[in-house]
Design a binder for this molecule. Structure first.
Ligand code: XMP
Length: 310
């Protein structure tokens, strides 16, 4: 495919479709939504409103980092603090599907739906890619009909429409487009990170304290494995506890699992055979996090495991 031509066509298509109206999009900092943001900004300039929703589930310093990265590209991004809404929607939930639903519902039906209304935008831009559509059709992923997720019935609420500039591309194609758009390597080479964010990395209830623990562990794992070349790596907080000793006192502490995998499309995965020294160093650092006294390395491929824990 001629990606240069693809970029020109999509910018043109966005311009023609939106006309004199306004458009809005939500940026997560992942390569898909980032690429859509740059394409749409080139097409619409200040008629595009880009929001980054801080759900309390983001990695360390992520909201500020993403906003700054885009400011560096001349693209203003509005940081929306919705931390309380997400935390209260997740309070008391331990079932994986209920937790995922709480995150999706809070994002689409509450926070983003409100932002769309307030913005006066008639067009929503979304980073759906071909694989998302295929997996939705095959029943692997949740549906990607963003209007339905926003609680908007396209027949009744005439005037709203969704533009999906990347829907004919797969991930490798999106990365090519991102590179041609001169986006920083920090975005184009970013490892996959799930939509429900750190909520998928906590077994059991998601609370502010437990998020702080897994966020710290995630920062350590990303720092230590950033040059590993692995497909994806992560830290997960379990709901079990284990006895340990710290400063000569027994404590019933928390357990962090580290996962590092090789994959091409996330449908299957094998475990990266990390050097023992590296694993030791990660374990030493992770067990310095207050309350954490065990660090485990997960040896399970996919299948039978999935990549995430919920
Ligand atoms: P699993 O855990 O199903 O994950 O083996 C496969 C890949 O998909 C990512 N993942 C998600 N991505 N929303 C996303 O955008 C989600 O709900 C979600 N769940 C899993 C996961 O990180 C892995 O790369």
């Amino acid at each position: 495919m001629d990606y240069k031509q693809f970029i020109d066509q999509q910018i043109d298509h966005i311009k023609q479709t939106v006309g004199p109206e306004k458009a809005i999009n939500a940026l997560s900092g992942g390569v898909d939504s980032s690429t859509v943001t740059v394409l749409a900004h080139r097409a619409l300039g200040d008629r595009l409103k880009t929001v980054f929703v801080d759900s309390a589930l983001m990695r360390k310093d992520e909201p500020q980092r993403v906003v700054k990265l885009f400011a560096g590209m001349g693209i203003p991004v509005e940081l929306v603090d919705a931390r309380e809404e997400f935390l209260s929607a997740l309070a008391g939930l331990t079932d994986p599907e209920e937790k995922r639903n709480a995150v999706t519902d809070t994002f689409y039906s509450k926070v983003f739906a409100r932002l769309v209304k307030e913005s006066g935008a008639k067009f929503l831009l979304h980073g759906t890619i071909l694989t998302d559509i295929e997996e939705t059709v095959a029943g692997i992923k949740r549906q990607h009909n963003i209007l339905a997720q926003l609680g908007i019935d396209p027949e009744q609420s005439y005037g709203y429409s969704v533009i999906e500039p990347l829907k004919t591309l797969r991930k490798d194609g999106v990365r090519e487009v991102a590179k041609l758009l001169d986006m920083p390597a920090e975005i184009t080479n970013r490892i996959p990170f799930p939509g429900p964010a750190l909520a998928t990395r906590i077994v059991g209830e998601v609370t502010s304290e437990r998020l702080d623990t897994v966020r710290e562990a995630t920062a350590i794992v990303e720092e230590e494995l950033g040059d590993s070349g692995a497909f994806q790596y992560m830290a997960v907080l379990l709901s079990d506890r284990a006895t340990g000793i710290r400063k000569n006192k027994r404590e019933f502490g928390q357990i962090i699992v580290v996962r590092c995998i090789e994959s091409t499309d996330a449908r299957t995965a094998t475990v990266t055979p990390l050097p023992h020294d590296k694993l030791n160093r990660i374990s030493e650092r992770i067990t310095q996090i207050p309350g954490v006294n065990r660090c485990l390395y997960d040896l399970t491929p996919k299948p039978p495991a999935t990549i995430e824990y919920i």
